[in-house]
Design a protein around this ligand. Sequence first.
Ligand SMILES: Cc1cc2nc3c(=O)[nH]c(=O)nc-3n(C[C@H](O)[C@H](O)[C@H](O)COP(=O)(O)OP(=O)(O)OC[C@H]3O[C@@H](n4cnc5c(N)ncnc54)[C@H](O)[C@@H]3O)c2cc1C
Length: 411
Amino acid sequence: METADVVVVGGGIIGMSIAYQIARRSDMSVVVLDKGAGLGEGSTGGSAAITRQRYSLIENVRIARDANVVFRNWAEFTGLASPRAIFHPIGVLWMLDDDPAAVAADHARLAAEGIDVAILDPSDVHEEFPALSTCMVPFDLTGEVPHECRDGEAFLLERDTGFFDATGALEDLAEAARARGVEVRLRSEVTEVTVAAGRATGVVLADGTRLSAGTVVNAAGPWCNRVSAMAGIELPWELVPTRIQVMYRDLPPEVPRPLPVVGDAAGGIYFRPEASDQQIVAGSILEEDEREATDPDRYDHNADRVFVETKIHALHHRIPSLPHRGRLGGMAGLYTVNRQDVLPIVGPTELEGFVVANGFSGHGFKESPMVGAMVAAYLTGERAEYDTDVPMSFFAVDREPRAVEDKTVLA
Ligand SMILES: Cc1cc2nc3c(=O)[nH]c(=O)nc-3n(C[C@H](O)[C@H](O)[C@H](O)COP(=O)(O)OP(=O)(O)OC[C@H]3O[C@@H](n4cnc5c(N)ncnc54)[C@H](O)[C@@H]3O)c2cc1C
């Protein structure tokens, strides 16, 4: 039987971050097992990889802020001379229609954490991002209510972040982890977690291969409940694989640049440039657009026509110069929503030797470097450069649900 100190089930951005973070601080032997034929076949492959730092809970702000330092120093962090992933700090503009006092309070809260934020009025927005309308009146899709624009008063801009490249980052981490001795095995589906004398002792693969391990980490993304069930444990959290859609539209040269990442409450969307500014990708910020996927192996990977046709109106409302022509497409992916408080669960469980890192909703990409650091520090007892000071107990499995302002992807 093969043996490893740590077996990580799932080689998405969370599992790979955990493996790499262990390898960069210890000599522990680590094997990452993924059932996919390639990297990124789970949530990570569909991720918009937006790296915003504005969250309602200050610990989430700090985790996102600390992860941004990693994204900005990616070559040094990974030790790769030519990483694939490129960080795009194009700014994240919040168009939420909050009153100026609320925007000022948000500004003060984030600035106190060292985040480079600014308050923009409509004329500032038009100057910095000339393509954007500053109207905050939702578009009436029935056509029955005449649209009368009303400008928002104050908008918050995170200047020092934007978006990264989810699959590029995953491939970089796999390369960096392998360079430090981690074994990454694809087409390796875990079908059993072995347990003896009240602790996890390893895993069995679909082809019958057995691996014994000191620790088994469940980083199986939308399949996490299945892996926990293999270990015979029931967690007190409702972790729901959720189908989530995005749409794409060509972004021709006549639309004025630059464009930031935008969170748009009037249209119920977020969007950002894609494909070297040739396209725009947009998703929803509304809970009603999140649909439970009863079987993560079987869901419609295409975007619904009604989703694309609704969101394109929101996009035209925010970017009036976007032509009503060009390719229009979309896709659907999965992420795992923790219905109780939309925060992940990370850390040890009631079963000794069985650690979970699950339920990341729409935040897992940006949180991955710090989640990797938390789990690696717990398993090795070592801290490393770039670690966050937010303790893993913030995401503890045995916590009470935390009071978040918003249970949507905005959280
Ligand atoms: C459309 C979309 C947009 C998003 N936008 C953002 C964003 O802008 N910013 C952000 O921070 N986050 C975003 N997210 C969320 C983010 O992508 C996820 O939270 C993150 O990728 C979760 O990573 P993971 O490693 O936990 O899961 P996954 O990437 O799903 O990895 C889990 C892996 O486990 C493997 N696996 C499962 N079961 C087994 C088994 N039994 N044996 C072996 N392997 C197994 C799977 O093959 C898979 O590769 C978005 C997600 C989606 C879908």
